[in-house]
Structures are given as structure tokens and as C-alpha cells.
Write a protein that binds this ligand. Structure first.
Ligand SMILES: Cc1ncc(C[n+]2csc(CCOP(=O)(O)OP(=O)(O)O)c2C)c(N)n1
Length: 326
């Protein structure tokens, strides 16, 4: 069983985290300039969760995401140019410019879709896992969801079903400590939400969500277990949301001490420090510069593309191609 990333895989995870960070920085600027439609939910400080977890998966494994999904899209291999154009509502976007930043899906990459319904990613992946089990393939489904979403009824129903039927699903609880503006201590009587897994007969692990390699280790074990037909795993990634809830949120409820502490553990810096001894800082600088340039080029290209047109009474299917005959 392979549960450690190679050096090349670690460098690729590092590159992807920089892509996500740069994308979100640019989106923050573009939002202020009035060039995005609606608020943007940034995941600054949480990049290692999505990038580390998806690095374990193959293209035919499926993921579902949330309203805060940029690291999940990029981690699963959705093209940065398509993602950027989609967020900016352009026809060249992954879903033709009609999904926006919360709902991007790319079937060819196994990215079933983001989801603006809190908790909605959980039953979607559980259903996908049931489909995988029925079809008898060795694929797995993975869902990302927040600590707020972990309080929904559908989370418990999905986990119960997954535990009962030993479905090949990995539940990635991205515990960033807030649901909207509400701290987790007033959302739940327990600090570690992963203890709930015992109630559904599945293993759970608490992971440093700011460390891609730690995420990779834990997820690799869970994925191998699911592929062997032994059922689901819950992984609770402890992390912190460094920005407000979205670009429409003025913040002010995160303590300076917490922000400073988590800033010291910025996932990109954690990764840099871990890789510097092996490859040197020049190589890391170069990888980061290429990643930044790639995002900047994707933004410039997207801004030149036209918005989609909408026609009444004809097919308009951003996610799927309708069957000609059933
Ligand atoms: C079913 C539903 N209820 C409420 C909302 C409003 N809402 C959007 S995000 C959010 C909080 C989500 O918190 P969490 O799952 O922890 O994700 P985070 O934003 O922290 O990443 C709420 C209540 C919604 N979109 N859907």
C-alpha cells in the first residue's frame, strides 16, 4: 500500500496550493473592482485540505464540493483556465459560464460539482458511492463539508447509510472553526466532531489540515480501505478560515491571536519549509512564480472572453448532455 507522497507529488501539491492562493487573491481584487458576480468564498489557509486529499485520487474517483471549493476543483485536476473563466461568468468556463464559482462541475475529471446547499455535498457523494458499489468498480467517492454542514440532519443520515452498507465514501470534514460568523464552540457540544464516526461503525482520524502530507497519509489509508470494500472513513481536518465568510463579509469576529497563530502555520509555508531541504528555495521560488503567472494569464484570458448567451426553449445543460432517446 502506498500512503506517502513522492517528492514529485509533494511539489505538485505545493504548486497547486499556490495556484489556489493566487486565484483567490485575484478574485478578491476583482470582486472589489466589481468584476465578479456575487460574493466569492475564499479558502485562504485551508488549501492543504483539498489539495492533499484529492492528490490521492485518480480521475475515475468522484468528489463533491461546497460553496468554498476552489482547492477541491484545482486539486482534482479541473483546468485552471476553465475554472477562472467560469468564476468570471465567461463562455469559455468549465460549465459555459453558467455555474459561477460555487457550482463548478467537470465530469471528465470526476468533479461532480460544488454545492451552495450547506450539507448538500454529503448525500451526493454517498449516493455516488452507492452507485460505485452497485456497478462493482474499485472507485471511491469523497465529499468535502464544513463544521457547520456537519450539524445538518442529512450528514447523519448519509453517514448511517454509508456505515450500514459499507459504501466506498470518504467524508472529509473541513473543520475551519466557523459556520458563517458563528464559532464552532456555540455550534456543537463537542470539539472533535470525528467522535461521531463511532456511531456509524466507521473509523475516524483527526489530521492537521494545514499539512498536505498529513492529509495525504490519512486519506490514502481511507481510500485503500474503501477500495477493499471495507466501507467509509471520516477524516476531520483541523484548519482555520483566514478570511471572512465571503467577500461580502466584513469579518471582525476572528481573534487577532488566533489569526496570528494560524498565520504561522500557513499551509503554503508549512509545505515550503518541509520541501526546502530536499529541493532548495530557488526551485520552490521558480515553481511558485510559474503558478502565479499561470493564474494571472488565466484571469487575463477570461476577462477577454464573452459572457454566455441564454436561449429560451432549447437545451441548456451546463452539467450534462441530454440523451437523444431513452
Ligand atoms: C441548507 C442551507 N442552510 C443555510 C445556508 C446559508 N449558509 C451558507 S454557508 C453557511 C455556513 C456553512 O458553514 P460551514 O459548513 O462550516 O462552511 P464554511 O463556510 O465554514 O466553509 C450557511 C449557514 C445554506 N446555503 N444552505
Amino acid at each position: 500500500m502506498k500512503n506517502s507522497p513522492s517528492l514529485d507529488e509533494q511539489l505538485e501539491m505545493h504548486r497547486k496550493m499556490v495556484v489556489v492562493r493566487r486565484l483567490e487573491e485575484r478574485l478578491g481584487e476583482l470582486h472589489k473592482a466589481g468584476k465578479t458576480r456575487g460574493p466569492i468564498h475564499r479558502c485562504d489557509g485551508q488549501e492543504a485540505v483539498g489539495i492533499g486529499a484529492t492528490a490521492v485520487l485518480g480521475t475515475s474517483d468522484f468528489i463533491t464540493s461546497t460553496h468554498r471549493g476552489h482547492a477541491h476543483y484545482i486539486g482534482k485536476g479541473v483546468d485552471i483556465r476553465g475554472v477562472t473563466a467560469e468564476i468570471l461568468g465567461r463562455v469559455t468556463g468549465t460549465c459555459g459560464g453558467r455555474a459561477g464559482h460555487m457550482l463548478i462541475g467537470d465530469w471528465d475529471k470526476g468533479m461532480i460539482g460544488g454545492n451552495a446547499i450547506v450539507g448538500g455535498s454529503i448525500p451526493a457523494a454517498t449516493g455516488m458511492a452507492l452507485s460505485i458499489q452497485v456497478r462493482g468498480t474499485a472507485d471511491v467517492a469523497m465529499c468535502f463539508f464544513g463544521d457547520g454542514a456537519a450539524q445538518t440532519g442529512i450528514c447523519h443520515e448519509s453517514m448511517n447509510m454509508a456505515g450500514l452498507w459499507k459504501l466506498p465514501v470518504i467524508f472529509i470534514l473541513e473543520h475551519n472553526q466557523f459556520g458563517l460568523t458563528v464559532h464552532h464552540t456555540v455550534q456543537s457540544p463537542v470539539a472533535d466532531l470525528s467522535i461521531r464516526a463511532a456511531g456509524y461503525a466507521m473509523p475516524a482520524e483527526i489530521v492537521d489540515g494545514n499539512d498536505t502530507v498529513a492529509m495525504y497519509h490519512a486519506v490514502a489509508t481511507a481510500v485503500e480501505r474503501a477500495r477493499r470494500g471495507e466501507g467509509p472513513t471520516l477524516i476531520e481536518a483541523k484548519t482555520y478560515r483566514m478570511q471572512g465568510f465571503s467577500t461580502s463579509d466584513m469579518g471582525g469576529y476572528q481573534s487577532e491571536a488566533d489569526l496570528a497563530e494560524w498565520n504561522r502555520r500557513d499551509p503554503i509555508q508549512v509545505s515550503r519549509r518541509a520541501l526546502a531541504d530536499s529541493v532548495g528555495t530557488d526551485r520552490l521560488d521558480q515553481i511558485e512564480a510559474v503558478a502565479v503567472a499561470e493564474v494571472d494569464a488565466a484571469v487575463e484570458e477570461a476577462l477577454l472572453a464573452p459572457p454566455p448567451t441564454f436561449e429560451l426553449f432549447t437545451r441548456s445543460s451546463p452539467y450534462a448532455t441530454a440523451l437523444e432517446a431513452v
